[in-house]
Design a protein around this ligand. Structure first.
Ligand SMILES: N[C@@H](CCC(=O)N[C@@H](CS)C(=O)NCC(=O)O)C(=O)O
Length: 203
C-alpha cells in the first residue's frame, strides 16, 4: 500500500493504523505548498482536493478521507479488531465518533493552523469551540478508561490521539482535561504510535 502524507498531519493516524496492523507500506511525502511528492508526482492527480491523506490499495485504487481509510484498513484486517463488525450497533457508535473526530474536533483546529494572524478575540472564540469538543472527549474517557470504545484500542483512539497531539503546536494545555491526559500518556509509548511519530519527526 502507498500512503500520501504530510509529517505531523492527520495522515499520521493512517500511518499508526498501518503500523498497528503490521502491513507493508510506502510513504510519499506531499509538499503542502507545491503539492508535489518527493518523487515529483503531482498529488493533485491522486486527490484533486489536495489534502492528505490518500491511500492507494493495490487491489482497489485511491481512497481518501480519514474515517473512510481507517474503516477500510480495520475491515481489511479484522483479526486486529480495530473496529466493531459492520452492521453492529457498536459499529454505528464508532462511526459516530469517527464523524465527530473528523468534522468537529479535527476541523476545530483549522483556525489555529490556517489563520496564524488571528486577533485575540478570534483565538478566544476558536478556543471556546475547541474546548467544548475536548470536554466531550474527556467525558467519554471518564471511569478511568484509555479507550473511546470498550476495553481495547480502536481506530477512533488512533485518530483522536493524533488530533489532540496538535494542541502542543498551538500552545494549548490539555491539563484541564485529566482523562485526556491519561489517554495521551497511555498511547504515546505504544509501538505503533511512537514509531509513526519518530518516522515523521526524523523525516
Ligand atoms: N476531510 C479530510 C481532511 C484532511 C485534512 O484536513 N488534511 C490536512 C492535514 S491534517 C491537509 O492536508 N491540509 C493541507 C491542505 O488542505 O492543503 C480527511 O478526512 O481526510
Amino acid at each position: 500500500m502507498k500512503l500520501y502524507a504530510i509529517n505531523g498531519a492527520c495522515s499520521q493516524a493512517v500511518r499508526i493504523t498501518l503500523n498497528e496492523l503490521g502491513v507493508d507500506y510506502q510513504v510519499a511525502d506531499v509538499d503542502p505548498g507545491s503539492k508535489l511528492t518527493g518523487e515529483g508526482e503531482n498529488y493533485l492527480d491522486i486527490n484533486p482536493n489536495g489534502y492528505v491523506p490518500a491511500l492507494v490499495a493495490e487491489d482497489h485504487g485511491v481512497l481518501t478521507e480519514v474515517p473512510a481509510i481507517l474503516q477500510y484498513l480495520a475491515d481489511a484486517y479484522p483479526q486486529a479488531e480495530l473496529i466493531a463488525e459492520n452492521g453492529s450497533w457498536e459499529r454505528y457508535q464508532q462511526q459516530a465518533m469517527l464523524n465527530f473526530l473528523s468534522s468537529e474536533l479535527h476541523k476545530a483546529f483549522s483556525p489555529f493552523w490556517y489563520q496564524p494572524d488571528m486577533t485575540w478575540q478570534e483565538r478566544s472564540s476558536a478556543l471556546d469551540k475547541l474546548k467544548r469538543r475536548l470536554d466531550y472527549i474527556d467525558a467519554v474517557l471518564a471511569d478511568d478508561t484509555v479507550f473511546l470504545h470498550g476495553e481495547k484500542l480502536t481506530v477512533a483512539d488512533i485518530y483522536a490521539y493524533v488530533i489532540i497531539s496538535w494542541t502542543r503546536h498551538h500552545d494549548i494545555s490539555i491539563t484541564p482535561w485529566q482523562n485526556i491526559c491519561r489517554f495521551m500518556e497511555s498511547h504515546a509509548n505504544r509501538q505503533s504510535f511512537s514509531a509513526a511519530v519518530a518516522a515523521e519527526t526524523a523525516g
